[in-house]
Design a protein around this ligand. Sequence first.
Ligand code: SF4
Length: 295
Amino acid sequence: MSEKTCIYYITFRCNDSCEYCQIWDNKEYKDVVEAPLEKHLNNIQAARRNNAKTLEIIGGEPLLYSELPKILEKARRFDFKINLTTNGILYKERARELRGLVDNLFFLIDYPIQDEHDRSRGISCYNEAIEGIKLAKEMSQSPAIRFNITRDSIRFLPEMDDLARSLKVKVHIHQVTDFHGMKGLNPMTIDHVKYFFKKPNMMINLAEFEFLKNNGNNILFPRCKADITTITYLPDGEQVSPCFYNKGGRVGRENICYGCVRHEYMLPSFTLGIDRYRVLDWYSNWLNNRKEKKI
Ligand code: SF4
């Protein structure tokens, strides 16, 4: 059985209103009733039994979920590699509870400039994210920046590199999907992103950007293997398959799958199959791991 990634949308609530996010202003998600803690704990156990080894906690804003430490403790006991992505607004308040429970703590920074970041997020929160990173470093909690690039923010790659160097953290770069700003990202721009791959602070997966350059998933010959490489849970505790965006449809073959480059599903998919994406994924992980060790 292939190793899986458990993608856990722990809450759809959010204290940001990001311009590229589909969740915070979606009425359907606002009406979702969150499951009791016990259901989430059972899901964590079930995911581990189903060979999930990595747990991605996302949202909404996960730190709004009050029982989060209990879920992380359970995941720790099951020896998951735990990644948590936050906007950082509540980190100062909750840092002690989270101590030692997360392997990679990603702080979302949309722009390396306060005004632009705050505009993109619809709320003043740049300073909280930066202070959160500093505090997490002091507490040895392996913080990193997560930079979700759009066609607009891509021009700030050099400044983001400078910011990461000054904070002494890595920047994990992914592309924003399902946002009008990403449509038509041209090959030269993608090559510009790839140029930063060799920079010591920049964590880029070449397979992700090569896939984007080659127009993403082909619904006739799907590259997506989300059904066998990921397990997705929602805040109501229900499992959806093959993915968050295609609930109950055929993996890689529905209309929503046309040109899909959703990295949270595609990167696990690249660990299977034999083609250039698997090789690029392997090489990127190898080099990025070496960079991690050089911190
Ligand atoms: S929407 Fe994307 S991730 Fe989901 S099944 Fe289709 S191709 Fe895979």
